[in-house]
Write a protein of this length. Structure first.
Length: 404
């Protein structure tokens, strides 16, 4: 690990940075028009990336792990309190189709990248298998597939750093795309137009997040309900994962059931949507849940930018960065190409590609930061199903390319 001014075990200092920079990003976004156009999410991500690359903050710390393990699970139910389940399932069908098309882009990129670089990187088939799974379902698959292929530890570490830098750069690109005239002329963008029209030409973020009445009871019910929903969901997923058999010697149906019912995020989304539908009156009366959840998501955006260390890439794994660049590039080309052909909305294409490369949490975070609130739950559902699809495709691609 490269030396940093702030050490990984400076817990309170790092939390002060994460929470403080998230707050600064929101302030800038709502105060200044230039920041509103860039978006607070980009400001959060880029600020963290710069400080990490100038060795002010460490690229690894237990604090960052806490954000992934606790902050994100709490944010998800808070952001789904006002979700209409019937509309969600209608939207999920379209998103699932473009998500599957986008995943084809990942597979094509994996095959092209392997044959271009296989003579230069040892055990490349293992990395390509891992990254195929990761770029269809998120980083959870990278961990599972690295164990499956018994990938050497140094190779995993270098791949993770290359992956983090590529993801951070790609998310910046995806966030900027809705503001570019080139894309707006060629794709319909109804959700973005709705956000822009509701702002009356003022600052988009400030208009969307204008002040509302919120009481201590609202905060208590919102946060308390979120904790309860996460606890129930994760415990249910743990039980299903333990009791449904899985592994190489188990049939596909049981493996799939284990993957679906044993997945924390899919269970959390399902339980929350059921609770919100059954007790809709209770959840709809809670004010402030979306605001609290969104602030937590901004902390998450800060964390995304942290591991994108350019010196580590240049030192350890420049060719691995070339590999992930090819994979992400072809995912983008195929997503936007076929998205245009089949007349998908710009927002759907962006979120489907994001859900492939980063997983459901990053895609939901982007939808939230852009104000596309109707797409938050659908992309969480579709992106979480990508965990299962990605695991199977990653294993298949890695095994096949290992023959070469």
């Amino acid at each position: 690990m490269i030396y940093a001014l702030i050490q990984p075990d400076d817990i309170w200092v790092l939390w002060a940075f994460l929470a403080g920079w998230a707050a600064v990003s929101i302030y800038l976004e709502q105060k200044y028009k230039w920041a509103s156009k860039i978006s607070g999410a980009i400001i959060a991500l880029v600020g963290a990336m710069l400080l990490a690359n100038f060795n002010i903050i460490p690229t690894e710390s237990p604090v960052y792990d806490t954000v992934w393990s606790y902050v994100i699970p709490l944010a998800i139910p808070l952001l789904l309190f006002k979700s209409n389940i019937l509309k969600i399932w209608n939207e999920s069908g379209r998103l699932l189709l473009i998500f599957l098309i986008s995943s084809i882009g990942t597979v094509v990129g994996a095959i092209v990248g392997f044959f271009l670089l296989k003579d230069f990187i040892p055990d490349l088939y293992k990395v390509v298998g891992m990254m195929t799974g990761s770029y269809i379902g998120g980083s959870v698959n990278l961990v599972a597939l690295s164990a499956r292929f018994d990938t050497p530890g140094e190779l995993i570490s270098s791949t993770v750093v290359a992956d983090n830098l590529m993801m951070a750069l790609y998310f910046l690109v995806l966030m900027v795309i809705p503001t570019l005239a080139f894309f707006r002329k060629r794709y319909s963008a109804p959700y973005q137009e709705e956000v822009e029209n509701s702002s009356d030409n003022h600052n988009l973020a400030a208009s969307y997040w204008k002040g509302k009445e919120i009481s201590l009871m609202d905060i208590g019910l919102a946060v308390g309900s979120a904790f309860v929903l996460v606890a129930i969901s994760f415990k249910l997923a743990e039980v299903f994962k333990q009791f449904i058999p899985s592994g190489d010697n188990v049939n596909v149906i049981l493996n799939t059931l284990n993957g679906i019912l044993g997945d924390n995020y899919l269970m959390l989304t399902t339980v929350t949507l059921l609770a919100v539908t059954i007790f809709s009156g209770f959840f709809e009366r809670i004010n402030g849940a979306q605001e609290i959840g969104t602030y937590l998501i901004y902390i998450f955006f800060v964390v995304i930018g942290v591991p994108a260390s350019l010196p580590v890439i240049l030192q350890n794994a420049p060719l691995l960065f070339v590999l992930v660049f090819i994979m992400v590039g072809l995912n983008m080309v195929i997503s936007f190409g076929f998205g245009k052909l089949f007349k998908f909305n710009l927002e759907e294409i962006i979120l489907a590609s994001n859900a492939n490369i980063g997983g459901p949490t990053t895609a939901a975070a982007m939808a939230i930061s852009k104000g596309w609130s109707k797409l938050v739950a659908p992309v969480l559902i579709v992106g979480t199903l990508g965990y299962i699809i990605g695991n199977y495709l990653g294993a298949a691609i890695g095994t096949w390319l290992g023959l070469f």
